[in-house]
Design a protein around this ligand. Structure first.
Ligand code: ATP
Length: 116
């Protein structure tokens, strides 16, 4: 199972993104926000550093949302019952998404102030 060709592993990763898109509304919401951010960049044409910062922020938000969704799915599969510790784990993973999303908002606000 290990060390498959790159194209095969790329297919697995894309299948994971597709599965998350199909099943997770919050991932779809973040994808729409990413599309808005890309549209804003193409419209206002800021300096290259803003493209890098925004691209990194968007990638981090989407990556953490994928990890958050993966953790939720894994927990629900392994332990479908209610347990306070599982609640804490899910809340922490959601907190990670919230934290990076706030960071992305700070970057967006800084860009807006700079371009004003
Ligand atoms: N098995 C469980 N035991 C205890 N609390 C849980 C359990 N499952 C979910 N919770 C609580 O409910 C919240 C929502 O969990 P859920 O699995 O529905 O995530 P979600 O609403 O789909 O999150 P997201 O919108 O980020 O995908 C968790 O953050 C946690 O506080």
């Amino acid at each position: 199972m290990k060390n498959r060709p790159f194209s095969t592993r790329l297919g697995f990763a894309l299948a994971g993104i597709r599965a998350c898109w199909r099943t997770e509304r919050s991932f779809r919401t973040h994808c729409f926000c990413a599309t808005f951010a890309a549209t804003a960049l193409f419209t206002i044409q800021p300096a290259p550093v803003w493209w890098a910062l925004t691209g990194l922020a968007v990638a981090l938000v989407l990556a953490l949302e994928l990890i958050n969704s993966a953790i939720e799915r894994l927990i629900d599969h392994l332990h479908p019952d209610i347990h306070p510790e599982i609640g804490h784990v899910k809340d922490m993973a959601a907190g990670a998404v919230l934290t990076i999303s706030l960071g992305a908002l700070v970057i967006a606000a800084s860009l807006a102030v700079t371009m004003a």
